[in-house]
Every structure is written in structure tokens, then in C-alpha cells.
Design a protein around this ligand. Structure first.
Ligand code: FES
Length: 241
């Protein structure tokens, strides 16, 4: 399905054509997935060159903005396949399905790096939110291989669509839907699961004014391409307890 074009939702025998301008609204497909479609955006490096899926370093935190200029995403090649068709539920009980990672090994995932507990997210100064490698010890994530928010120790399973493993987070992380073209180039196309974008933009109004010049700018949708950086170069300090 070309998500940039018209999208047809069929339910109860009805067909509804939805204009692209309305596609950002929440849509629930027949198979129970909860997803939102946004602009199809190419993942590029600092020189504007397309990021190849096979060029990602394994178990390394990358960061990019999507679907809005002010919303950070973590991108990780887990080095091992994810689970497939994982049934998840958001805090309101809405069900959806995580289909699995992308790439040859189904090992590449991207999640909204806004913690579902209290909106902690990476900043230029520090990141309390990161993927912790397998074998890396931490207080909350004994054997690593998880997304960890070290603010209050929420642990999420990246192989199971960001499902909560432990800690106070009330629902799974929102997943960024990725696509790979025939030349191995990566794109972000939408968001799966419940996000906290509304609360996040409300809570950090002052910060957005400082970093983007205006709150409205931070809320603009990313267009065409988004720059991918290493989290360790984006944030001065990655905090893992
Ligand atoms: S903000 Fe992430 S665990 Fe509390």
C-alpha cells in the first residue's frame, strides 16, 4: 500500500476513501492494528546520503526526528530477529499487532524515544533513554538487550514491539514503521501503537521554544528526509543505571 496516496478503510461493508491530509488521524485496520500514517521520509546521514539498512552497526543507538521535528526516535539493528505478530495492548485496552523488525534478518527496529511513563527523552545534554546491549549489566535490565528509561527504570522489550518488561510504564513504546526499498535504503512511514506526542508537546513548550525557536516549529511534520546520528554523538551523556 502506498501510504502517501489515498487509503481505503473497509469495515461493515463500507468503503471510505480518506484524503492524504486526513491520514494522520488514528486508523484501526481490520486485523486489529492501531497505527497512524505520516509522511514517508528517507533516513539520511549528515551529508544527506541515504542510510543503507545493512550499514547499521549492530546493537548501536541511532537517533532521528520523526514524525515531527521535535519528536526523537531511536533506531537499532538488534543483531537478532525480532518476534513476529506480537499482540500488544495500549493503556486504554486497544489491541494492535507488532509485525516484526525489518531488514534481511528482521532485526531492525525504531521506537519513539519518549518514555511512556513520564515523557523522558534524549536531549543534547543527556539521554536517560537508550537501548542497552545484550550482556551489558544495569540495575533494571540485568542482561541487557532492552530499551531502558533510567529515569524511573522502565524496561521495554525491543523484540516484542516495545512491550513493557518492568517498571512504571503503562503501555508499550510506540513503534516507528520502517520500510526498505530495493536499494536497501531506509524510510520511516508511520507510527504503530499509542504515542504521547500530545502530552509531550504540551509538557516541554519552553524547551521547544529554546531549541527550535518556536513551539510550532517543533510540531511541524518532518518532510522528505530526516538525519540519522549516533546517540552517543547527539547526547553528551547516555545514562544507564
Ligand atoms: S519517565 Fe521513563 S520510567 Fe519514568
Amino acid at each position: 500500500m502506498d501510504r502517501r496516496g489515498f487509503l481505503k478503510v473497509i469495515g461493515g461493508g463500507l468503503s471510505v476513501a480518506i484524503a492524504p491530509s486526513l491520514i494522520t488521524q488514528t486508523l484501526r485496520a481490520e486485523d486489529g492494528r492501531l497505527y497512524k500514517t505520516y509522511n514517508k521520509v528517507a533516513l539520511v546521514d549528515s551529508k544527506g546520503k541515504a542510510i543503507k539498512a545493512s550499514s547499521l552497526q549492530k546493537e548501536t543507538n541511532y537517533i532521528f526526528a520523526y514524525p515531527f521535528l521535535g519528536t526523537p526516535v531511536l533506531l537499532v539493528d538488534l543483531g537478532e530477529p525480532t518476534q513476529k505478530d506480537v499482540k500488544l495492548k495500549d493503556e486504554k485496552g486497544q489491541e494492535y499487532i507488532f509485525k516484526g523488525g525489518v531488514g534481511k534478518n528482521n532485526s531492525i527496529v525504531a521506537v519513539s524515544a519518549i518514555c511512556q511513563h513520564n515523557l523522558t527523552h534524549p536531549t543534547k545534554d543527556e539521554s536517560f533513554f537508550s537501548y542497552v546491549k545484550r550482556g551489558q549489566k544495569s540495575m533494571a535490565a540485568k542482561n541487557g538487550g532492552v530499551f531502558l528509561c533510567a529515569a524511573h527504570m522502565s524496561v521495554y522489550d525491543p523484540k516484542a514491539g516495545g512491550k513493557v518488561v518492568s517498571g512504571p510504564a503503562p503501555q508499550p513504546l510506540a513503534n516507528i514503521i520502517l520500510e526498505i526499498d530495493k536499494d536497501d535504503n531506509l524510510y520511516a512511514v508511520g507510527v504503530l501503537g499509542s504515542d504521547k506526542f500530545h502530552d509531550y508537546f504540551k509538557a516541554f513548550k519552553r524547551e521547544f521554544k529554546k531549541s527550535f525557536g518556536s513551539w510550532r516549529k517543533a510540531k511541524e511534520e518532518v518532510q522528505e528526509k530526516t538525519t540519522v546520528s549516533l546517540l552517543k554523538e547527539y547526547s553528551k551523556d547516555i545514562i544507564v543505571y
